[in-house]
Design a protein around this ligand. Structure first.
Ligand code: SF4
Length: 474
């Protein structure tokens, strides 16, 4: 049984993909740490990066090569100045010199030293191998697997022991939704209160609040940036940024100078059903346009699905409760993180393993449950809402055109957010005791569907829209 913190499920990073960008980036940094532990870092003479399976097939569109380089340069995805990324990469490409961990200068030509291999490794479809020749001419290599949501493991699962230790730190271990509901019932507590009890065993209240505050600030900033940036997304599909135009029509003549004033301005607009739909979609589109342009977003639980949770939280703040404050944001993130971890433990949050149901489906289930608690739902209604949201994403395939996290990904976030709100309302209107499909059953079903799904629909761009619509059509 794994111990997964909400901060494992909600992580600040850089787009466009948690498994194909964030994961390989972290793998590069982890390899550096491994080399340093083994006293091999200063002995490196040349480096080669091999990408396998889905990392290779959609790696170009998902910026896996760029992320690998940035990881090898030692940059932290949480803190890197995203505006400096393209000039850093251009310099490395033109000078063919890698500032390895920003300490050593090594000859490195990305064109020939990052190799896209079509074959798959057995352990997981997203594999990356770092190889090096040392100064004494010996060879070393390490393979990492990016298993979704920015999580990176090695086959031997070296970290398993540590994870088990962490698990024992949780006073209320949760593997399934029934465990969660059991604690809520026996302790007469909300889902967020149970999750908070577990988080407190890992870090102080101050740290929990600080980290949730940082997460929300990045979510808000990504919505704000996306709504105020026009133009075309990079990558060659010529996808026009749409949040800008939609936002302009919705906000009208209202004025504001920062994201906090912006929230107040939105609260002052007139909203009927159509406007609500458009606002929620606009928030989701905005985040994923920022994500597609290698901007900073919160992986929630992945980058491709990063727009759903902020859009639903923002919906609550600007439509449902104009007095919403940090406590609401905290409650929302605690529930969302826990629901996401149930899917990670019982199924997958990797599109390469389970298609888009594992990304947008999970983010929608996370948002649905979290919104339901904020709207006054019982713990049983929280899990019912999550179940409804996932039930109607089952079987959703991943077929990004050109391997870019743009079509269908960006719109799909808007759909996931709207479904989450609908799932919440349906759960709130029902007695959860009458629910026919338990959340644990839908998680099992999702996993079985993932295993049955043809590989061409699992982030390989070898089927679906990815082959029906070619880059030249765009
Ligand atoms: S189709 Fe879905 S799972 Fe695939 S890259 Fe896009 S958002 Fe991610």
């Amino acid at each position: 049984m794994e111990c997964i913190s909400i901060f494992d499920m909600l992580k600040i990073g850089v787009g466009p993909s948690s498994s194909h960008t964030f994961g390989p980036w972290r793998a590069g940094r982890r390899w550096i740490a491994e080399l340093k532990r083994n006293n091999q870092f200063n002995e490196i003479s040349t480096i080669t990066v091999d990408l396998y399976g889905s990392l290779s097939l959609t790696g170009k569109g998902h910026a896996t090569d760029i992320a690998s380089i940035l990881g090898l340069c030692g940059y932290d995805p949480q803190t890197i100045d995203v505006s400096s990324i393209s000039s850093t990469i251009d310099t490395i490409k033109s000078e063919k010199v890698l500032p390895f961990n920003n300490e050593l200068k090594i000859h490195f030509d990305p064109k020939t030293q990052i190799i896209f291999n079509k074959e798959f490794k057995d352990f997981h479809p997203n594999a990356i191998t770092f190889s090096a020749v040392l100064k004494d001419n010996s060879n070393i290599s390490s393979t990492y697997y990016s298993i979704g949501g920015g999580f990176v493991v090695q086959e031997e699962r070296k970290r398993k022991e540590k994870k088990m230790e962490d698990f024992h730190k949780f006073p209320l271990p949760i593997q399934k939704a029934t465990d969660l509901i059991g604690y809520c019932t026996s302790k007469n507590k909300k889902v967020s209160e149970i999750v908070l009890e577990n988080e407190r065993s890992l870090r102080s209240d101050e740290e929990i609040d600080e980290r949730i505050g940082q997460i929300w600030n990045v979510m808000l900033e990504s919505m704000y940036t996306g709504c105020h940036t026009e133009g075309t997304l990079p990558g060659g599909l010529n996808v026009r940024r749409r949040a800008f135009d939609t936002h302009k029509k919705l906000i009208g003549p209202k004025t504001y100078t920062n994201p906090t004033e912006w929230i107040e301005a939105i609260r002052g607009t007139t909203v009927a059903f159509r406007q609500i739909l458009k606002w929620v979609s606009c928030f989701a589109l905005a985040v994923n346009e920022v994500n597609a342009s290698l901007g900073r977003v919160v992986t929630a639980p992945t980058n491709g699905s990063a727009g759903v949770i902020p859009a639903v939280m923002m919906y609550y703040m600007v439509i449902e409760n104009h007095d919403a404050n940090f406590d609401d944001i905290k409650q929302f993130m605690l529930v969302a993180g826990e629901i996401g971890s149930l899917f990670k433990k019982g199924a997958t949050i990797s599109a390469a393993m389970g298609g888009c149901q594992a990304e947008i489906g999970v983010s929608s289930a996370m948002a649905a449950g979290a919104l339901t608690e904020l709207m006054g739902g019982s713990p049983e209604q929280v899990v019912m809402a999550s179940e409804i949201a996932m039930e109607h994403h089952l079987g959703l395939t991943c077929d990004p055109i050109g391997g870019l996290v743009q079509i269908p990904c960006i719109e799909r976030n808007a759909m996931g957010a709207i479904k989450a709100i609908n799932a919440c309302e349906m759960a709130l209107d029902n007695d959860a005791a009458n629910a026919k499909v338990p959340l644990d059953k839908v998680i099992e079903t999702m996993w079985e569907t993932a295993q049955d799904m043809n590989t061409k629909y699992k982030e390989t761009s070898e089927g679906g829209l990815a082959i029906k619509v070619s880059m030249s059509d765009c």
